[in-house]
Design a protein around this ligand. Structure first.
Ligand code: GDP
Length: 185
């Protein structure tokens, strides 16, 4: 059972948690769809609408850990003020080193890692977080195309999990990775 805890935009409002698994990704990569497929639940989203204040959403997963949905990056039509607010919120959030056990970075299996994705990866690496790349929308690719992309687009990126949120493909591999990261205690 996944229960919404709260939305927050700054460090003073983040909930007290023990273990967090964070979902990041470019806007429109299918992050919300993937989270819904993973937890087999339609979760409520706050602040998804472009132009609205974007927030970080916290969810309690079976009392085992906290799933954290960070707003998508690379959204083009953002004002300077919004961009600054977003950067500050991310910096405040990712300074919570104690809690963050795994960052799940969702990318498009057809495109690979864009400049924005690479910047995010470097940013996460600067904190030293364990992360896994999840390549979504594999249903849009034939087997051959997927194999080609695995060789060409993803060869530099270590372990990558290839999924389709739409077709509910390989969600178990993500669940397994999460379980390994949060441990059993
Ligand atoms: P978010 O902005 O990253 O949260 O993305 P959404 O979950 O809102 O999805 C963006 C668009 O991609 C929507 O039209 C989804 O239906 C579509 N989408 C999400 N996951 C998949 C997938 O695995 N396959 C396909 N074909 N479309 C997907």
């Amino acid at each position: 059972m996944v229960k919404f805890i709260k939305s927050a935009t700054d460090i003073n409002n983040f909930p007290a948690t023990e273990r967090e698994v964070v979902f990041v990704g470019r806007s429109n990569v299918g992050k919300s769809s993937l989270i819904n497929a993973l937890y087999r639940q339609k979760l409520a989203y706050v602040g998804k609408t472009p132009g609205k204040t974007r927030v970080i959403n916290f969810f309690n997963v079976d009392g085992r850990y906290t799933a954290v949905d960070v707003p998508g990056y690379g959204y083009a039509r953002r004002s300077q003020q919004e961009a600054v607010q977003y950067a500050r919120m991310m910096d405040e959030y990712f300074s919570r080193k104690e809690q963050i056990k795994l960052v799940i970075m969702i990318v498009d299996s057809r495109i690979g890692l864009t400049k924005d994705d690479l910047d995010m990866k470097e940013y996460l690496d600067s904190f030293g977080y364990d992360h896994v790349i999840v390549a979504n929308k594999t249903d849009k690719l034939s087997k051959n195309q997927l194999n080609n992309n695995i060789r060409k687009l993803f060869s530099d990126h270590g372990d990558v999990i290839y999924v389709s949120a739409l077709k509910d493909r390989n969600m178990d591999l993500i669940r397994k990775k999460i379980d390994e990261s949060i441990g059993s205690d």
